[in-house]
Design a protein around this ligand. Structure first.
Ligand code: PLP
Ligand code: COI
Length: 340
């Protein structure tokens, strides 16, 4: 029985669900892990996560399909990326097969919170890993906790799917040879000032450029970006300081293999933004959110697809990806993990 929740009016927020998964790392090994009803974490005042932000996380979603099954999308890739993030932050890797098992167990334990097919909502899963033992000198903790909770969510951007206005940011999110390519909590902590400022100035998001030359487009604070050229090519920035979005990698495959479009991963210059026909942000939370306008220090770059809706290619990409996720379109082998 689904919970009595008004699924259609959910925002992207936290709702306490029944069970979450916890495993602790101590004396060099992970314990067997368990589901718990306790949604609080009690830590030493000097825990590594509290002092030096030793934490990384993931985000993925469970969907109810047209056939009434409950599925998750490519959890193996989130497991891999959390392992990459952990290595970069000197955290122990949570084994990838155990990550997928934790996803399955947590969704199974919260089936009543999986929004129904067609409601526009999904069950967001947030796996994360942090240093739980005390550190006062700058060094890694010796004990860690992996947790995974679920929360039903609606659209990430207020107002649902609508064209967004971005501003080119003067602050950076990632340095060359830094941590932009992993999902470290610190990348988001340092973006908070900038996102609050962007919202206060009437923008939906910051569009970051490369920190070295400031000439190339990278991504936003919480999503990768794709562009459609006037001759229908799908273009996305190639950079080793952006997060390797699973949504973006999936979309590039869908564009090529399902829609027969040409795809390009390459440098995207700020100076060519005016040449594109469509643009969109992509990510687990963002899905594909169309971009209508990019403001570069007062200069307004209006994307021809406009401020009313999605451009036609963006719409096709959106329909195909969400069709695969919701069981309307056959998925490539290994993309869908069936829970029930
Ligand atoms: N880029 C950033 C900075 C993000 O936080 C996210 C969200 O996870 C993404 C891109 C999109 O990645 P994914 O498609 O794997 O969710
Ligand atoms: C996600 O898309 O899962 C993310 O982690 C983005 C986050 C900024 C909400």
């Amino acid at each position: 029985m689904a919970k009595d929740i008004d699924w259609g009016s959910l925002a992207f927020g936290y709702i306490k669900t029944d069970k979450r998964y916890v495993s602790n790392f101590k004396n060099g090994e992970w314990d067997e892990g368990t589901l718990t009803e306790d949604n609080t974490v009690v830590l030493n005042e000097c825990a590594g996560v509290l002092q030096y932000a030793q934490t990384c996380f993931e985000g993925l979603k469970a969907y109810t399909t047209e056939q009434g099954k409950v599925v998750v999308f490519r959890p193996d890739l989130n497991a891999q990326r959390l392992a990459d993030s952990a290595r970069r932050l000197e955290c122990p890797v949570f084994p990838e097969d155990r990550f997928v098992d934790a996803v399955v167990k947590t969704v199974e334990a919260n089936l009543e919170f999986v929004p129904p097919y067609g409601s526009g909502a999904t069950l967001y899963l947030r796996p994360y890993l942090f240093g739980s033992s005390e550190v006062i000198g700058v060094k890694p903790a010796t004990e860690y906790q992996f947790r995974l909770f679920a929360t039903p969510v609606g659209p990430y951007f207020k107002g649902g799917v609508r064209p967004l206005t971005l501003r080119i940011s003067d602050l950076d999110r990632a340095a060359p040879n830094g941590t932009g390519h992993v999902k470290a909590g610190l990348n988001y902590a340092m973006s908070l000032y900038n996102i609050v400022d962007a919202h206060n100035q009437g923008y939906d998001e910051n569009l970051y450029v490369d920190a070295k030359t400031r000439k190339m487009i990278e991504e936003t604070g919480g999503a990768n970006i794709i562009f459609i050229t006037k001759d229908n090519k799908v273009v996305t920035p190639k950079s080793d300081t952006i997060l390797p979005s699973i949504t973006r990698r999936s979309l590039m495959y869908v564009a090529k293999e399902y829609l027969g479009l040409e795809v390009e991963e390459r440098d995207v210059m700020v100076s060519e933004l005016g040449d594109f026909a469509e643009a969109g942000l992509c990510g687990t939370a963002a899905v594909i959110s169309p971009v209508g306008k990019i403001v570069d220090h007062g200069e307004e770059i209006c994307i021809p697809s406009g401020m009313e809706g999605m451009g036609p290619i963006t719409q096709k990409l959106y329909d195909t990806l969400t069709g695969i996720q919701m069981g309307r379109i056959e998925a490539p082998e290994g993309w869908i993990k069936i829970i029930k």
